[in-house]
Structure formats: structure tokens, C-alpha cells
Design a binder for this molecule. Structure first.
Ligand code: ZN
Ligand code: ZN
Length: 215
């Protein structure tokens, strides 16, 4: 039964990667971001009064600027969560903030809990993705998809021993080549003489694919 459970989990995770291949962006980045957003959601839905969470927030000297921004965006787009939780949590920081004004050695957000959540999720999804592309038919599926693993995660995949990195690199270079062609086509079709030619999805979103590749 234990093995069956594990198989179900990996089937579920493989399914998550499959889904992300239909989206512009890096599957590892997007799934990691989703994990952090899910954590933020639970935190502000039910855990903000949890003494452990509040202690972690204080011990980490608050959250880093990247994750404060993520929380802002999350609470703005999920008004049902309210803002009482953020008021309660952030209120714990005043004592430290007063000290930080006098002492530049105090770095707010230095031990950000959400950075730790992100780091763990990233590690997990990198391993799952490495497992995913070890199957040639799945690697092929990735090759033909709109998604593209970002530069940072290409370099991190290189360090995972189980990955056939040369096959992956070949695919990645092909994808870069398609992207270059698509962006050139978009520029060409932007000329009024060619403006009747339809623009494909990769041509229309090429700039965003590039931006997410470098994020
Ligand atoms: Zn990435
Ligand atoms: Zn952080």
C-alpha cells in the first residue's frame, strides 16, 4: 500500500509539471511560486494567530522585500482573506524597527521564513523536474511546449547527478533558437506590409518568454 501511495504522489506531481508546460514561464519557478502563495494563503487564512508562526516572523526579523511584495499582491487579489492578519503579524515588528533605525547592522527580513519555504519548494520541484525529463517522451513533450526552464534553473539542473544534462541542454538550445525565430517573425509581421499574416502564440508572447527566462 505504501508503494501505491508513493506512486500516486509522483503521478500527481508529474501531472503538475504536465499542466505547467502549457503556460509561458519556467515550470520550476511557477510551481515554486505556487507553493509560497499556498503557504501565504494558509498563513493569512488560519495561522496568523499561531504562536509558532509569529515567533518565526520575529526570529527572522520580519520578511524580505520580495516576499512582502508577494503578500501584498496575494492580499490584494484575495480580498476574502482580509487585512486583519497582516496587521496582527506586522505589529509584532515595531520594537525591532525602532532598534533598526539606530543600528544599521540589523537587517530586516534577514531570516525570512518565506525564503526558507521557497528554497525547500524549489529543491523539491527541481528534483521532480529532473525526474520528469529523464523520460525521453516527456523531454520531447517539454521541447514542443511553450514553457521554458529559466537560466538559473538550467544551471541548477546541471548539478543534479541523475539528469542527462547533454540531452536537456540540446533541447534547451533548440527552444532558444525557436524563440529567436519567433521574435524575429513578430518584428517582421509588425511591418504594415505583412500585418495580415496571423501571429502565433509563441510569436505574440516571445518577449514574455524571454523575460521569464531571465527572471
Ligand atoms: Zn526557473
Ligand atoms: Zn523572503
Amino acid at each position: 500500500m505504501k508503494n501505491a501511495g508513493r506512486r500516486d504522489v509522483s503521478k500527481y506531481l508529474i501531472g503538475q509539471i504536465d499542466e505547467r508546460l502549457n503556460d509561458v514561464g519556467c515550470p520550476v519557478c511557477e510551481l515554486t511560486k505556487k507553493s509560497v502563495n499556498d503557504y501565504i494563503d494558509t498563513l493569512f487564512y488560519e495561522s496568523v494567530n499561531d504562536p509558532g508562526e509569529r515567533r518565526d516572523f520575529i526570529n527572522g526579523q520580519g520578511y524580505c522585500s520580495k516576499h512582502l511584495l508577494m503578500i501584498e499582491e496575494h492580499l490584494d487579489t484575495h480580498p476574502d482573506l482580509g487585512i486583519l492578519g497582516a496587521n496582527i503579524l506586522y505589529s509584532d515588528l515595531f520594537e525591532l524597527l525602532e532598534k533598526a533605525i539606530d543600528d544599521e547592522n540589523i537587517k530586516i527580513g534577514n531570516g525570512c521564513k518565506l525564503c526558507e519555504i521557497e528554497k525547500n519548494a524549489q529543491k523539491r520541484y527541481l528534483e521532480i523536474f529532473a525526474d520528469y525529463i529523464s523520460d525521453p517522451s516527456r523531454l520531447d513533450k517539454y521541447k514542443n511546449s511553450i514553457s521554458m526552464v529559466c537560466l538559473k534553473h538550467v544551471q541548477m539542473l546541471k548539478k543534479i547527478k541523475s539528469v542527462d544534462f547533454s540531452s536537456f541542454l540540446e533541447v534547451q538550445k533548440k527552444k532558444l533558437h525557436y524563440l529567436k525565430k519567433a521574435m524575429e517573425e513578430f518584428i517582421r509581421k509588425s511591418d504594415y506590409r505583412n500585418s495580415r499574416e496571423p501571429i502565433s502564440r509563441i510569436e505574440g508572447e516571445g518577449w514574455k518568454i524571454m523575460s521569464k527566462f531571465l527572471e
